[in-house]
Design a protein around this ligand. Structure first.
Ligand SMILES: [Zn+2]
Ligand SMILES: [Zn+2]
Length: 198
């Protein structure tokens, strides 16, 4: 890796630089320290591991389409745009596999090294490189549904026998399987009976 120190003069280059082999690390060399300059970046990177939550996530190695605009501002480089990720998981109701794509918005300011900032968690440009992986991670995890559904009106599973009700909409049980419910059903019928007759 070759590094130009032209634009980081007077600042300490941190010992650990973003790994430029990662598809999410972008060189900001052309923009460095020239406020007002911008460039469009479109690229496809491979999804990192562990991107997601228990029920749904982005398969490791699947393509992530990044469509970004890098803009040089006084404090650093502002990155805005979108990332399109593949999602894989299971429906919370019927447990069927879900495969879909999700577009997430990306907006992050990467500050120049040594630049004062109020935000202690602000990301930094290191050696003219910015690493979008943590940005993507935050954006994707925020978008993920805690109860992913195969479709909004998923009918789920039969509570009595576990059959997938999407595949068998007419599904039903004539007699309650559990005899303990039989008594209860009788009670409801008794209560509603006089009402019906009136
Ligand atoms: Zn479902
Ligand atoms: Zn059933």
């Amino acid at each position: 890796m070759t590094l130009s120190n032209r634009c980081v003069k007077g600042t300490v280059v941190p010992p650990r630089l973003p790994d430029s082999r990662s598809g999410f690390v972008i060189d900001t060399h052309e923009l460095s320290r020239r406020a007002g300059m911008s460039k469009e970046v479109t690229l496809v990177a491979q999804a990192p591991a562990d991107l997601g939550i228990e029920v749904i996530g982005v398969p490791p190695g699947s393509p992530v389409d990044l469509d970004l605009r890098l803009e040089s501002v006084v404090e650093g480089v502002l990155v805005t745009g979108t990332a399109v990720v593949r999602l894989q998981g299971n429906c919370a109701r019927c447990l069927d596999e879900i495969a879909s794509t999700e577009e997430v918005d990306i907006q992050e300011l990467f500050c120049y090294p040594g630049k004062e900032t109020d935000d202690a968690e602000a990301l930094r440009i290191e050696g003219e490189l910015i690493d979008l992986e943590p940005v993507l991670r935050d954006a994707v995890v925020l978008e993920l549904p805690f109860m992913p559904l195969c479709r909004p009106d998923c009918a789920g599973l039969c509570p009595e026998c576990g059959a997938n009700l999407n595949l068998d909409p007419e599904h039903g049980h004539a007699e309650p399987i559990d005899p303990r419910w039989a008594g209860l059903t009788g009670l409801t019928e008794l209560k509603t009976e006089p009402k019906n007759k009136e």
